[in-house]
Design a binder for this molecule. Structure first.
Ligand SMILES: Cc1ncc(C[n+]2csc(CCOP(=O)(O)OP(=O)(O)O)c2C)c(N)n1
Ligand SMILES: [Mg+2]
Length: 341
């Protein structure tokens, strides 16, 4: 199985601008991207540890390797824009500004968690931060995200919704029903396909007739673009282009983010479908965080400044883990509140 290509942004739309190397970031943007990606990485590493210790139960899908996608997209959005995704959702929550403490405590099933400890990894929401879940049904968030866009269109505001889904989810039927409606009604939705080369354990080449996911909207006339999802600058630039398209009333836009997940699909994945060497090669050649760190070092940002970011992030993550283990579990009387029965 081939590792993700280093894609220059490749345009498959009708008339949007072509790719090339992404625009440079300012020093401040590089530092902000580094900090936000590092927060996700360290948070996910800690979640993996807590899972191993038995402090987290149930399903848990880590986002390690894919950090540049959500961080770059978030840099392209503005207040009021909404985000919805599947079950690999911790990174999206943190990027939306949800607190590490509340997310970690939800993973451990504690009162202070975003769903009062009753939802777990795949079921967290924050209307305040415009994060709409966290969905375990593969592909369902695409229809729901299209609904968010419909609401924005109906209300006449200029907000955009971003619906994230995977290469595997891209083969679900409701995705195409949503594409049809979104283009027909020119809804302001960005479909971000996080192509991490595998569904649960099935390589894209074994499951997908059309492996260029940016073309998945072609029969609906939805423009699409392939993006190097390991380069946060390329992601931001593509996100800005897609958001401008949506805000101009031109309808939906598809971004295929070529990315990679380093860990198993979930915590119980023997990963027999790929080699260790493949993972190591992507880590070594394309790691999204190392790319930014190396650029900062080349620009003479001091090791000390980078270490300060490391320390700040570690403090946040450690505090979240402490809270997630000391906060009480929900009272038994809470068993039937806030749930459908
Ligand atoms: C409707 C539905 N079918 C199957 C599953 C089981 N399932 C969970 S994740 C997954 C693979 C999805 O892969 P992809 O969309 O590439 O996302 P990734 O896990 O790579 O982020 C499957 C088949 C499910 N949760 N829902
Ligand atoms: Mg996938």
């Amino acid at each position: 199985m081939a590792a993700p290509k280093k894609a220059a942004a490749q345009d498959t739309s009708q008339g949007t601008s072509s790719g090339g190397s992404p625009p440079k970031f300012t020093r401040e943007q590089e530092l902000a991207a580094l900090r936000d990606m590092l927060l996700i990485r360290r948070f996910e590493e800690k979640a993996g540890q807590l899972y191993g210790m038995g402090a987290i139960g149930g399903f848990c899908h880590l986002y390690i390797g894919q950090e540049a996608v959500v961080v770059g997209m978030q840099m392209a959005l503005k207040d009021g824009d909404q985000v919805i995704t599947g079950y690999r959702d911790h990174g999206h929550m943190l990027a939306c500004g949800m607190e590490a403490k509340g997310v970690m405590a939800e993973l451990t099933g504690r009162r202070g968690g975003y769903s009062k400890g009753k939802g777990g990894s795949m079921h967290m929401f924050s209307v305040e931060k415009k994060f709409y879940g966290g969905h375990g049904i593969v592909g369902a968030q695409v229809s729901l995200g299209t609904g968010l866009a419909f609401a924005n269109w109906y209300r006449g505001n200029d907000s955009v919704s971003v619906a994230y889904f995977g290469d595997g989810a891209a083969n679900q039927g409701q995705v195409y029903e949503s594409f049809n409606m979104a283009e027909l009604w020119k809804l302001p939705v960005i479909y971000v396909i996080e192509n991490n080369r595998y569904a649960m354990g099935t390589a894209v080449s074994r499951a997908s007739a059309q492996q260029d996911f940016s073309r998945r909207g072609a029969s609906f006339n939805i423009p699409g673009k392939q993006v190097d999802g390991m380069d946060v600058r390329a992601v931001k630039a593509a996100g800005e282009e897609a958001a401008a398209w949506c805000r101009a009333g031109k309808g939906p836009f598809i971004l295929e983010m070529q990315t990679y997940r380093y860990r198993g699909h979930s915590m119980s994945d023997p990963a027999k479908y790929r080699t260790r060497e493949e993972v190591e090669k992507v880590r070594h050649d394309q790691d999204p965080i190392e790319q930014v760190r190396n650029r900062l070092l080349a620009a003479k940002v001091s090791e000390q400044e980078l270490k300060a970011i490391d320390a700040e992030v570690r403090d946040i993550v450690n505090a979240s883990a402490e809270f997630a283990q000391s906060d009480p579990e929900p009272d038994v009387a809470e068993l039937y509140t806030d749930v459908y029965r």
